[in-house]
Design a protein around this ligand. Structure first.
Ligand code: APR
Length: 405
């Protein structure tokens, strides 16, 4: 916004402005609103779009506990499925890991598609009178180093608006305005795992009663239940090849091969509803606080999807940030805000470490396992899998990290 546009801009305000209505922004909004904090959510997309966008679907036990604690888990308990087994398929056969009965106290995931969670959170927030503006794009966060930050937006009718606040929460994902507005001191630590996935959403019931991880010479294939009629599949994919390069038949044949359907039973085929390309890259912004601007969810850190940690971290961070903002605004106690970045970064780096380990476990080197370096990589992967198959301690460690956040 130029200076002259700025002076003509509409003016609005709230104590806390939350950018983005994904899991992070919606949990934060619900908790702040329940604590009586004056807040508003600004979301670029329409309500229909955020409620129908298919994303992740595995919620860790801690996420269930957070949602329970704040009365946000009704839908999850009504419609979510419990899940505690994964199956690895390799050249040496298959083995199942009942992680739900391992680790500390045996904990399971809930399988609950993210669009259902987002719909529940939104319904709850609006039902209690929470303020949200859809189709309102945040352009920039300004003066975050002071005590009166503001956000410039483009309203649905195109008019510029200036939203003033005491605090701004950047929950607007990897390409959001919060990240674009970081001061020069912010560091983005980036890593490319060098792997790409073709993500598929199939109109077909799950083919096994477990998460399926297939490790194959031609690359990884994954199977993840979503609902009784919809299943997610992933294929390790050559970077740069478009998602629609293969016809459906070829994709199903490749999934059959990599999942070793001939040995372990056929996959239920169905129409492919969606295809998407995911480069397995990750990053962490340090620190997560810049004056009055705080980052949470994908805006704070991006994780490769291999261990399904993104949504769970987003919810955890949102709860921490809600508590800290409430203390600051109701009691003038800013200790929680001072701690927020370090607290979250400890969780984030642990999740990044485990996700990196999973990523190395599941994939062939990008060019296949043929050359000498890749052979070394493949041998390490086999050894790691053998240890996971046979060592109880290794399985306990896996279970604790797989469900933990
Ligand atoms: N202004 C307003 N809203 C924006 C802007 C912007 N400039 N940019 C993005 N948004 C909105 C998006 O439309 C989206 O609804 O911010 C929201 C961010 O939501 P998510 O991407 O779901 O991110 P987050 O809430 O951090 O959840 C993280 O969900 O699907 C997973 O991979 C994701 O695991 C991660 C988790």
């Amino acid at each position: 916004m130029t200076e002259s546009q700025n002076s003509r801009a509409l003016r609005e305000s709230a104590d806390v402005i939350v950018l983005g209505a994904g899991p992070a922004g919606l949990v934060l909004g619900n908790l702040l609103h329940a604590a009586g904090i004056d807040c508003v959510l600004l979301e670029r997309a329409s309500r229909t779009h955020v409620q129908t966008r298919a994303r992740a679907g595995f919620l860790a036990p801690n996420t269930g506990r957070i949602l329970d604690r704040h009365g946000l888990a009704d839908g999850l308990h009504r419609r979510g499925l419990r899940h505690g087994t994964c199956e690895f398929r390799t050249e040496d056969g298959r083995f199942r890991l009942d992680y739900g009965s391992l680790g500390q106290g045996g904990q399971q995931h809930h399988v609950y598609p993210q669009q259902n969670l987002v719909t529940d959170l939104l319904t709850h927030y609006l039902g209690r009178g929470g303020r949200i503006r859809f189709q309102t794009e945040a352009l920039a966060v300004r003066e975050a180093d002071g005590t009166r930050p503001y956000v410039t937006t483009r309203e649905p009718d195109g008019r510029p608006t200036r939203w003033s606040a005491r605090y701004v929460a950047g929950c607007d994902g990897r390409h959001g305005a919060a990240r674009r507005s970081l001061p020069p001191g912010a560091v983005r630590r980036h890593h490319d795992h060098g792997v790409t996935w073709l993500g598929l959403l199939a109109e077909a019931p799950p083919s096994l009663d477990a998460v399926g991880y297939a490790i194959h010479d031609r690359g990884f294939a994954g199977h993840m239940a979503r609902t009784a009629d919809v299943t997610r599949y992933y294929l390790q994919w050559q970077r740069g090849i478009p998602a629609d390069a293969w016809p459906e038949q070829r994709i199903w044949d490749e999934l059959d091969d990599r999942m070793r359907a001939a040995d372990h039973g056929p996959l239920h085929r169905g129409t492919l509803l969606e295809r998407g390309i995911f480069d397995l890259t990750c990053d962490v912004i340090e620190p997560l606080r810049h004056g009055s601007l705080f980052l949470a969810g994908d805006a704070a850190s991006l994780l490769a999807p291999a261990a399904a940690k993104g949504t769970n971290l987003a919810v955890l961070e949102a709860e921490l940030l809600a508590g800290a903002l409430t203390d600051a605004l109701t009691r003038g106690d800013t200790a929680g805000l001072d701690r927020y970045s370090d607290q979250c970064l400890a969780h984030i780096w642990r999740a990044q470490e485990f996700t990196g380990w999973m990523t190395r476990l599941l994939h062939t080197a990008p060019g296949g396992d043929q050359d000498a370096g890749s052979f070394f990589h493949a041998a390490l992967r086999r050894s790691r899998l053998a240890s996971l198959r046979t060592s109880r301690i290794h399985q306990e460690w896996f279970a604790e990290n797989y469900v933990g956040v």
